[in-house]
Structure formats: structure tokens, C-alpha cells
Design a protein around this ligand. Structure first.
Ligand SMILES: N[C@@H](CCC(=O)N[C@@H](CSS)C(=O)NCC(=O)O)C(=O)O
Ligand SMILES: [Fe+2]
Length: 234
């Protein structure tokens, strides 16, 4: 990570979700990626302790397993703007096109559309810090499932190969979840060891058709709330 940036990786244990904070040391403005509703108080307290003011709260996609904390964070940081990839129909202050640069102080994140897990998935790339926040598109030694939310395994395969594996090999990979105790990886490691994405496209499609995962416990609440920026739609 660049020495201009304060970086924190946080974990929410019920959904095994990682939330990331990137703060600009010069302007004290910050961006949060994939906050969870139940850990908003923790995140706001940490931001305040670090002397950071949240300018943007963004998601990598419309999550199916937890309610986003983007809306709740507004009560702590009134001026913050929420953000999401432009292929999503969900409510959001900002919708990012492919190649858009999110600028917060000295932090710059390139938005790369990486559909496949959902149609609206994006990866946020910090070129200066050498890091990619891949959401559920690429997990450590795994990847997001493709059996709901307009998921498509061929599309995911293409997104990873063209938008993530094309990054420099030393770039760190920071996913939205890990279920096995890992915290980060690198482009080089995943190109070499990912048991799904090292396969041919047709083998990959076969693997994804046979994952046999049950639906996330919170899907029936999470989807409608997250389509409404984390607010109860009823
Ligand atoms: N058991 C969890 C849900 C686990 C799950 O389905 N994870 C998703 C990411 S959240 S949409 C996934 O893509 N997993 C891929 C994999 O290979 O594990 C719950 O009930 O919440
Ligand atoms: Fe997901």
C-alpha cells in the first residue's frame, strides 16, 4: 500500500465479509469498501479515532449475504456519497462506469467492471498501492458463485482473465469474503494456485455447475434492502 494511505482490513464474522478503509494522510478524507450494517459502529469509531472523514462508501456489488452499511454510515458522516458499478439497478448516489477513477484526496481507484458473480460486480484497482479489491469476483483460491443474481460462469472467467490476471503479478488481492482464515493474496499466487481459475474455461464451467452450495441465509432480506442502499424497502 502507498505510504500516502492509511489502510485497514476489517472482518465481519457472521457473513465472513471483509471491509476495507483507505484514508488519505494529507487530506484526511477516506473511502470505505463493502461495509456491513452490523459493524458500522465499529467502523465509524475507528475512522474517528484515525481522524478520518468518510467521503465515499462503495460496494463491489449488491450483496446477497448481508445488508450493506452504506446508508447507516450517513448518520456518522453526513456528506458521504454511496457508490456502485453502473450495471446495477440498485439505488446509489453514484454509479461508476468501467474505467472511471474514484479520487479521494491522494487515493485513486480505477473501477473495472468484472461481471460474472453478479452482472453489476466491479473490482476497484489501486494502481499506486498495488492492490485490487475484487469483491466476490475473485476469492482467495476460489471465486464467487454464479448461480443467482444474473451470474454467469463464462462471464466471470473472462472478467478474471482480462481484468484481474492482467494486472502486475505483485499486486495484492483483497476479496470481499474468506471462509478459510485467509486475508489476502496476490495476482501471481492466484494465477498459479487458484483451483478454479487455473483451469480451462470449459473445466471452470463444469466446476461452477457442481459447487452444490446452499443459498446464503440472509438472501431474502439482503437483496431487497441492498437494492435500496441498505434501507428497509417496506
Ligand atoms: N454460507 C454463507 C454463504 C456462502 C456463499 O454463498 N458465499 C458466496 C459469496 S456471498 S454472495 C460465494 O460466492 N461463495 C463461493 C464459494 O465458493 O464459497 C451464508 O449463508 O451467508
Ligand atoms: Fe456476493
Amino acid at each position: 500500500m502507498s505510504d500516502k494511505v492509511v489502510f485497514r482490513q476489517l472482518f465481519e464474522k457472521e457473513s465472513s465479509t471483509f471491509t476495507y478503509i483507505l484514508g488519505c494522510k494529507r487530506t484526511k478524507q477516506a473511502i470505505i469498501i463493502d461495509p456491513v450494517d452490523v459493524t458500522v459502529e465499529r467502523d465509524a469509531k475507528l475512522l474517528n479515532e484515525l481522524g478520518l472523514k468518510l467521503a465515499k462508501a462503495v460496494n463491489t456489488h449488491v450483496h446477497a449475504d448481508h445488508v450493506t452499511g452504506t446508508h447507516l454510515l450517513r448518520s456518522h458522516f453526513e456528506e458521504l456519497k454511496t457508490g456502485l458499478g453502473s450495471a446495477n439497478v440498485a439505488k446509489s448516489d453514484e454509479k461508476f462506469e468501467h474505467s472511471h477513477k474514484i479520487e479521494v484526496g491522494d487515493i485513486s481507484l480505477e473501477v473495472r467492471h468484472t461481471p460474472g458473480h453478479t452482472n453489476g460486480c466491479v473490482t476497484y484497482v489501486d494502481h499506486e498501492g498495488g492492490a485490487a479489491f475484487t469483491g466476490d469476483t475473485l476469492l482467495i483460491r476460489g471465486c464467487g458463485r454464479t448461480d443467482f443474481q444474473e451470474g454467469c460462469s463464462k462471464t466471470l472467467y473472462n472478467s478474471v482473465q482480462t481484468q484481474i490476471f492482467s494486472l502486475p503479478e505483485h499486486f495484492s488481492i483483497y476479496p470481499a469474503h474468506d471462509y478459510r482464515g485467509n486475508t489476502s493474496s496476490s495476482v501471481q499466487e492466484e494465477k498459479q494456485f487458484n483451483p478454479r481459475l487455473t483451469k480451462s474455461e470449459s473445466e471452470f464451467v463444469g466446476i461452477m455447475e457442481n459447487l452444490g452450495l446452499s443459498y446464503p441465509k440472509m438472501i431474502d432480506k439482503a437483496l431487497p434492502w441492498n437494492l435500496n442502499c441498505g434501507v428497509d424497502p417496506s
